[in-house]
Design a protein around this ligand. Structure first.
Ligand SMILES: O=C(O)CCC(=O)C(=O)O
Ligand SMILES: [Fe+2]
Length: 343
């Protein structure tokens, strides 16, 4: 993909949280942080699930999956304590979970209103709220910790059958207004032949480097790039972790056509402090433009939460995939979620 994106935000739904919603979420985050220290323990997780299931009114109306083909809804106006959060850490591993607890808990309340938040055992030590910050040494490596390179458009955790149906990207700070890129598969135009080729399983998608230096995958199973959900076309895409160059010329041409179309329809989304994007991971691929990291404690800082939405369709054939041994960690086992939150 090129770094040249030509359109401003178009069909993305932008929702401003009113003062009551902002204050309520903020207070709940604080109360949970004071009572439990953070979301690691089961008592706090039960409290999150109970509280999220009981939220009504404006918050319940606004905190929802994006409805249209844009596949992104941005909630604007989350309250943050920037001073308490302190300096941007030099890597995810250096995050202070205690000072971060109030905002992490707000993110988890939001995620639990949509579905069931989860993390990966092999990523950021299984945390439910991941931190996305530029890290020294990773400037040119294809992960969220990069900076100097274009982070290619991708489906989050495309390699895995349990990848998020949707995820949250919340912004703590973004002083240089570095844009996230978003591109909806519902806006691309493909020839009928290309569409047919990409609907067939041809090449596998491998785990990205955030899962550690995993050995090669001799038994990697091909998966389709495009698939269909009852409401329309969906995508599963991660070109940097797909051995597409090994495929035949027809597939390579189709894959290139898709890449060019995704670049054509891509929008730039500049997340500002207090913004939370709700991204449909089956409809939209996301990435990031290049930037020069500061590495001085004032860098861009995002929070990411994966969400499983039980009523969302996925193709049955994915159930036989093994996900390269990567296992999820859930907020709570599904049977322990209160009725209103069991999705
Ligand atoms: O930095 C961004 O805007 C996106 C990073 C990303 O791809 C992710 O956190 O999954
Ligand atoms: Fe991502």
């Amino acid at each position: 993909m090129t770094a040249v994106l030509d359109s401003e935000i178009s069909a993305v739904e932008i929702c401003e949280l009113g003062p009551n919603s902002r204050n309520l979420l903020y207070e709940l985050g604080r109360i949970l942080a004071d009572a439990y220290g953070g979301p690691a323990g089961p008592r706090c997780r039960h409290a999150i699930a109970e509280l999220a299931a009981g939220l009504t009114g404006e918050l319940a109306d606004l905190v929802a999956l994006p409805a249209g083909d844009a596949g992104v809804r941005v909630l604007r106006g989350l309250r943050l304590d920037s001073a308490e959060l302190g300096r941007t850490p030099p890597s995810w591993a250096a995050v202070n979970d205690r000072t971060g607890a109030p905002i992490d808990l707000q993110m988890l309340l939001l995620a639990t209103m949509i579905g069931s938040p989860f993390g990966w055992c092999g990523q950021q030590e299984g945390r439910l709220v991941n931190n996305v910050v530029p890290a020294r040494g990773y400037e040119r490596i294809q992960t969220g910790a990069s900076s100097e390179i274009v982070l290619s458009p991708h489906t989050e955790d495309a390699f895995h059958p349990l990848r998020a149906h949707a995820f949250l990207l919340g912004c703590v700070r973004n002083p240089d207004r570095v844009a996230t890129t978003i591109a909806s598969i519902r806006r691309v135009q493909l020839s009928a032949a290309t569409r047919q080729i990409l609907l067939r399983p041809t090449v596998p998608i491998l785990p990205d480097l955030t899962y550690g230096d995993l050995e090669r995958w001799p038994a990697a199973k091909p998966v389709p790039v495009l698939w269909e959900r009852p409401d329309g076309l969906c995508i599963r895409y991660d070109p940097d972790y797909t051995p597409w160059r090994d495929a035949g010329p027809q597939f390579r041409a189709a894959y290139a056509e898709l890449g060019a179309e995704l670049a054509r329809v891509a929008d730039l989304l500049v997340l500002e402090p207090g913004d939370v994007a709700i991204i449909d991971n089956d409809v939209v691929v996301h990435g990031r433009v290049p930037f020069t990291a500061r590495f001085d404690g004032t860098d861009r800082w995002l929070k990411r939460v994966n969400i499983a939405v039980a009523e969302r369709f996925r193709p049955a054939r994915e159930r036989t995939e093994r996900g390269y041994g990567q296992r999820v960690t859930r907020l709570l086992p599904p049977a322990q979620l209160p009725a209103g939150a069991r999705r």
